[in-house]
Design a protein. Structure first.
Length: 73
């Protein structure tokens, strides 16, 4: 099972709105740990598990939601 485009778009919007509450944007998430923390706070894993996705699927989606989190120097 894959994360479809509408689900990914919704998660991107959730992340943008959550980060905006703190006057930040998704580019301010610079580590995988930060990405997973934000994801848990906005309910991404709960929704993903509900539709049958696993952690690997979630991490792949988080790489798209928070592109700077997995970049290496």
């Amino acid at each position: 099972m894959r994360v479809d485009a509408t689900l990914l778009a919704r998660w991107c919007k959730y992340a943008e709105l959550y980060m905006a509450d703190f006057k930040l944007n998704v580019d301010d998430v610079t580590t995988p740990v930060m990405a997973w923390t934000v994801a848990h706070r906005i309910g991404i894993p709960k929704e993903a598990y509900h539709v049958g996705l696993n952690d690997t699927h979630i991490e792949t989606a988080l790489r798209r939601v928070f592109p700077k989190a997995w970049r290496t120097a």
